[in-house]
Design a protein around this ligand. Structure first.
Ligand SMILES: [Zn+2]
Length: 112
């Protein structure tokens, strides 16, 4: 499962950071997840809860902050939101685009 591998990686980072800080409980974790990662929030949450079981992160409030996919057209410089993985400029129909956001997947913050 796509989400399982991603979540496991994130949990590993979190556990390493909390261990470094000597933290023994975390109240909230905020994740930034770009739309282009095609991560299903429900699955992400499910996997997260599975991986944090019996760790200092167990019972933590997980906040998933979804980042819209945006691109800039290399032909006319139009900046727009990418809808349903349609990589085409709505202004001039060009397909040469530069993605500016939507591929994020990282830990925005955690509160202790
Ligand atoms: Zn364009």
């Amino acid at each position: 499962m796509h989400e399982a591998a991603l979540t496991q990686g994130l949990v590993k980072i979190l556990l390493k950071r909390t261990a470094e800080l000597g933290v023994n409980s975390v109240s909230r974790v905020t994740l930034k997840v770009g739309r282009l990662k095609a991560v299903e929030p429900h699955s992400l949450r499910f996997c997260f809860e599975m991986f944090v079981k019996d760790t200092v992160l167990e019972g933590v409030e997980l906040v998933i902050d979804t980042v819209e996919a945006r691109a800039t057209c290399l032909e006319c410089s139009e900046s727009f939101e990418v809808q349903q993985f349609c990589f085409r400029c709505p202004e001039c129909d060009a397909t040469s685009l530069k993605l500016t956001q939507g591929e994020e997947l990282f830990i925005e913050s955690f509160e202790i």
